[in-house]
Design a protein around this ligand. Structure first.
Ligand code: NAI
Ligand code: MG
Length: 497
């Protein structure tokens, strides 16, 4: 660990971490534990409890027991607790961004600009919405002698299964709307990055969330995630992660008819037209591919550039990629950290290898061995890579890479650009770079994806709905619409005769 860690972070990391169930820390049944690694060195940071099926039973029971009290709490009080949790996270921002850098590897500057403020805002936004969940009265079609009203009720016990790319922020995406709507939650953070979720649970208890409203099970997918997906007393699953995991959760939850929301990543395109502000397009597409080491569900890894500016664009983007400085997330000079784990690094290197074998040409990078970084021996680094001439049906053009690897290809017409953009099973996001307003609207309309960014890329705001089409999943996060995923409508008929 680096010497410049805050004392509070050092103390927290060194704690003997337990599960968080029914408002208190407790060990896993059987006392199982697992290691948490620093991806910048591979060193073991600490150990955490390793949940299994019996712990899932306990956490679900705690969430079920807390449900009546939580949903009957005045909405203003639920909202106040969420708001205070957001404030508390903001007040402890310095701690959280070090924790994220340690556990996930991301640069603290990025966590300071994105992860921590969006998390705090997420809790405050949904805290504000807790008091605005309203039903309607309905005049019947048939003019029946009745008074009909609807109630918007929480779904019940929600299991939230989240990934490692934005460990804290993904907690907020799930917890804030679920709790605002009056549900109780069992949260399973990714096994690679459990620490910020555990710190969040401590803070929730400190600000006054009643025991059992938020439970955290640290553990692995098959041992702790799968039993949640199949548990008869879980009413809803909200999941972010790999497409194949989403499919297995859907299958496991079918037997008990759970409601499911899925955010499953993508293979998002950026379309750069010849009339675009090229400097802005280079910077924007650079961020689209390489932000967060490329470990983004919305990574815009397929870049299509109109032929007249293609060569100049490739040259400028390559120059931008050359400026990347690999290092520990805790070093302020670092612009790209390590990947989250050795297995993620190896998966990405395997895809780079497959790209080379398929005939793609690296204009930057292309190394198929882990990158060596001064001061970070043993870290899970991958050299940022930019390919041209990747065959359209190669794995690097089809599969989510989730690493610092981009592909650039030329196009001629707007119609061709749209066809290339849509030539994917996914539909999460897309970027369009043009100064032509008519084209911006036409292309935005034609793209099959849940988010289109024009002349920007990767911007998020908790007020704006986010979520995919097609194999990228379903169910929106952020925005008022996000509450729908955590509410069910009850019609109450009152006879008047
Ligand atoms: P994953 O989808 O396996 O893991 C995400 C979460 O699901 C973790 O909490 C994990 O413990 C849990 N999980 C795994 N198997 C489960 C099961 N059978 N039942 C219930 N929960 C389960 O993703 P993984 O293996 O960490 O990463 C592999 C690839 O997935 C990445 O290379 C990337 O392409 C993609 N991915 C996409 C993300 C996104 O934001 N869309 C986030 C993370 C990964
Ligand atoms: Mg997996």
């Amino acid at each position: 660990m680096k010497a410049d860690l805050l004392a509070s972070v050092r103390t927290f990391v060194a704690t003997e971490h337990q599960l968080f169930v029914g408002g208190e820390p407790r060990p896993a049944h059987g006392g199982a534990r697992f290691d948490v690694q620093d991806p910048a060195s591979g060193a073991v940071l600490t150990t955490v409890a390793r949940a299994g099926a019996a712990d899932v039973d306990d956490a679900v029971a705690a969430a079920r027991a807390a449900l009546p009290g939580w949903r009957r709490l005045p909405a203003g009080e639920r909202g106040r607790l969420l708001w205070e949790l957001g404030n508390r996270i903001e007040a402890l921002a310095a701690e959280f961004l070090q924790l994220e850098a340690l556990d996930n590897g991301k640069p603290t500057g990025e966590a300071a600009a994105v992860d921590v403020p969006l998390t705090a805002n997420g809790f405050r936004y949904f805290g504000g919405l807790a008091t605005k969940i309203e039903g309607v009265t309905i005049p019947t079609y048939g003019g029946l002698p009745v008074h009909v009203s609807t109630r918007r009720e929480p779904v019940g016990v929600v299991a939230a299964i989240i990934p490692w790319n934005f460990p804290l922020l993904n907690c907020a995406y799930k917890l804030a709307p679920a709790l605002a709507a009056g549900n109780t939650v069992v949260l399973k953070p990714a096994e690679q990055t459990p620490l910020s979720a555990l710190r969040l649970a401590q803070l929730a208890a400190e600000v006054g969330f009643p025991p059992g409203v938020l439970n955290v099970l640290t553990g692995f997918g098959p041992e702790a995630g799968a039993p949640l997906a199949a548990h008869p007393d879980v009413d809803k699953i909200t999941f972010t992660g790999e497409n194949s995991t989403g499919r297995s959760i859907l299958a496991a939850s079918g037997g008990t008819m759970k409601r499911v929301s899925l955010e499953l990543g993508g293979k998002s395109p950026s379309l750069v037209f010849a009339d675009a502000d090229l400097d802005a397009a280079v910077e924007g597409t650079f961020g689209a591919v390489y932000f967060n080491q490329g470990q983004c569900c919305v990574a815009g890894a397929r870049i299509f550039v109109q032929r007249p500016v293609y060569d100049a664009f490739v040259e400028a983007l390559a120059a931008r990629v050359h400026q990347v400085r690999l290092g520990s997330g805790l070093d302020p000079a670092t612009t790209m950290g390590p990947l989250v784990s050795a297995s993620q690094r190896d998966r990405v290197l395997g895809l780079v290898r497959s790209g080379l074998a398929a005939g793609a040409k690296p204009v930057v990078g292309g190394a198929t061995d882990p990158a060596e970084v001064d001061g970070c021996p043993g870290g899970y680094f991958v050299e940022p890579t930019l390919f041209v001439d990747a065959p359209p049906d190669s794995d690097i053009m089809r599969r989510e890479i989730f690493g610092p690897v981009g592909m650039v290809a030329p196009f001629d017409t707007e119609q061709e650009a749209v066809a290339l953009a849509n030539d994917t099973e996914f539909g999460l996001a897309a970027g369009v770079w043009t100064r032509d307003v008519g084209r911006a609207h036409r292309v935005s309309d034609e793209i099959r994806a849940g988010v289109v960014w024009v002349n920007i890329y990767g911007w998020f705001d908790v007020a704006v709905p986010f979520g995919g089409f097609r194999a990228s999943g379903y169910g929106k996060e952020h925005g008022i619409e996000a509450l729908d995923a955590y509410l069910q409508t009850k019609a109450v008929w009152m006879g008047l005769s």
